[in-house]
Design a protein around this ligand. Structure first.
Ligand code: OOG
Ligand code: NI
Length: 296
């Protein structure tokens, strides 16, 4: 059931983000993996609006129902965001990272625009779902929630919060999936080695805070592609290029207390867990115009 929901998310994401298939094809072409399903998905991420009936407290119910456990909270003062990560019920499933815009911290104008859309939602839509019905959950995760925004509203929001603009248009579209690099063959099993491979194949990396974002303990290293621009259709049929989704790469190093374990015995629980606010703060910018101007 959980695997059906994850599969649905991944197939729509892959259709919309050409870099996903391009990264997979390059990995197969170079003999790093034999087939797409050999990739270990470190985590997937969603963005939400912090308003009544929506946001993390609503969306998380789906994943809690499927056995995920809520873990640490992260706060991003500059971007006005909160986020949490969720540990999967079994190690073959990806972790989940869900962030939420602190709508009340925005200007009156931005709040008014956001509410003009989200106020259409009069009760928590997840409460109306039969969560055991994975088809219904899949449909929900790819449905609009609120009406298509106008281009004018999108631009006004983007001037204040690029995150707000991204969510008002994209809703719960999967924001990224993440290739775990540490179990790949030598040469590709580090963030630095994998980035060299990506750049050789022409992928443009997010360089906010440097191409490799490292946690202070040095054990969680992350990088990501810059989201490509997609032609979006707004209310009234106007079209405009906006940031789509991106692909992330993560290296989780073995914790010092397990350093003497032979490589064949290393499992997920021996590696650095969780996320890192300083890394995440820069990864968010993979859809921000400071980065996307390099890809378009
Ligand atoms: C999420 C950015 C943070 C991570 O792994 O720390 C993140 C987003 O862009 O919505 O993915
Ligand atoms: Ni991520």
């Amino acid at each position: 059931m959980l695997s059906e929901i994850l599969h649905g998310l991944m197939s729509r994401y892959q259709e919309r983000v050409p870099d996903v298939a391009a990264v997979i094809d390059a990995m197969i072409g170079e003999g790093i993996i034999a087939k797409a399903s050999d990739i270990e998905n470190d985590h997937i991420a969603f963005r939400t609006m912090g308003v009544p009936h929506l946001g993390v407290q609503s969306l998380e119910k789906i994943f809690l129902h499927y056995g995920y456990t809520k873990r640490e909270h992260y706060y991003f003062a500059g971007k006005k965001l909160d986020a949490w990560w969720y540990a999967p019920p079994e190690p073959q499933y990806p972790r989940i990272f869900i962030s939420e815009l602190r709508v009340n911290d925005l200007s009156e104008t931005a709040q008014r625009i956001i509410h003009s859309y989200t106020d259409d939602v009069k009760s928590d839509p997840v409460d109306a779902l039969n969560l055991d019905d994975s088809k219904a959950v899949d449909t929900f995760l790819h449905s609009g929630l609120w009406r298509t925004p106008t281009l004018e509203d999108f631009k006004t929001l983007a001037a204040e919060s690029e995150y707000a603009a991204w969510v008002i248009y994209n809703r719960y579209y999967l924001n990224h999936f993440t290739v775990s690099v540490h179990n790949l063959p030598a040469g590709y099993n580090t963030a630095a080695g994998f980035n060299a491979f990506l750049e050789k194949h022409g992928f443009v990396l997010n360089d906010a805070g440097g191409k490799i974002k490292a946690s202070p303990d040095g054990n969680l290293l992350q990088s990501s592609t810059v989201a490509r621009m997609i032609e979006a259709e707004f209310a009234g049929g106007e079209t405009y290029k906006i940031a789509g989704s991106y692909v992330e790469f993560a290296e989780r190093r073995v914790l010092p207390e397990f350093a003497s374990l032979p490589a064949s015995e290393i499992r997920r629980e021996h590696r650095r867990e969780g996320f890192e606010a300083g890394n995440a703060d820069k990864i968010f910018e993979s859809t921000y115009s400071t980065q996307t101007k390099k890809s378009s």
